[in-house]
Design a protein around this ligand. Structure first.
Ligand SMILES: Cc1ncc(COP(=O)(O)O)c(C=O)c1O
Length: 243
């Protein structure tokens, strides 16, 4: 239950800064009105790809829009810590709008995961050259992950470049770790994370156990898990015994 200041859970989190709320409400109500119009739907279909993939300008559009999250996170971090930045920033990645923990799915065998940066090689997918999980003949490999939003055999070209030049490192998290983290977050933080985002939290917990206490980790929770609750309950029950 949220208290009056919108803090949740045993340790307390705030879902969004109060200043952002009016803008979100305005955006939602404008979209609800516009989506009735066939003309708007036609325009929307041209840009519906929704991630930092495909040919220019899609990766740039998504990167620039998503960049607002990064800029605000940076500002908030600076103000909370009186002017310092985190040692680590962690986020999940399918194709790269927020980057960099990958889905290891059931195993590291081709077809059983969707960890493109970790196991892919250069190739072409959806009109752009990047790193792709592919079969011997270059056809895209089948991919698997408990998080439907991460089931993609490619990666945005800019993320591939950042990875190749060593500015971004990728880690992979299995479905099993994701499900256990999903339950832990719900219990200890009062947040149901998207299964995509549970990858990120699982890795942050692993990283925290390996790094000195003085280092700070900024975790990007990319989405809400209400969309995943039915799937998790049907396939994993309530998870109480696993905690
Ligand atoms: C909650 C959530 N987080 C992350 C992602 C992955 O985003 P991207 O493909 O831009 O890396 C998705 C994709 O659908 C998602 O639904």
């Amino acid at each position: 239950m949220a208290n009056i200041e919108r803090y949740f859970g045993q340790f307390g989190v705030n879902h969004y800064p109060p200043g952002v709320r009016p803008a979100l409400e305005e955006l939602t109500s404008t979209y609800q009105k516009l989506r009735q119009s066939p003309e708007f739907q036609r325009e929307l279909n041209k840009v519906r790809i929704g991630s930092a993939i495909g040919p220019h300008p899609f990766p740039m559009i998504v990167r620039d829009f998503q960049g607002v999250v990064g800029q605000e996170a940076r500002e908030q971090f600076l103000s909370i810590t009186n002017g310092s930045l985190p040692e680590h920033v962690v986020a999940c990645v399918a194709s790269g709008s927020n980057a960099m923990v990958e889905p290891l799915g059931k195993s590291d065998e081709l077809g059983q995961h969707a960890a493109t940066l970790s196991y892919g090689r250069p190739g072409t997918l959806h009109g752009a050259r990047s790193i792709v999980l592919q079969q011997d003949d270059g056809a895209p490999a089948s991919v698997s992950s408990v998080a439907s939003g991460l089931v993609y055999p490619g990666i945005g070209p800019e993320i591939a470049m950042l990875h190749q030049t060593g500015r971004l490192s990728a880690a992979a998290i299995s479905d099993e770790e994701v499900i256990s983290t999903f339950f832990r977050m719900a219990k200890f933080e009062g947040i149901i994370p998207a299964l995509e985002s549970a990858h990120t939290v699982a890795f942050a917990i692993r990283l925290a156990s390996q790094r000195p206490l003085s280092e700070r980790i900024l975790v990007n929770l990319s989405g809400r898990g209400d969309k995943d609750v039915d799937y998790v309950l049907e396939n994993y029950g309530t998870g109480v015994s696993s905690l």
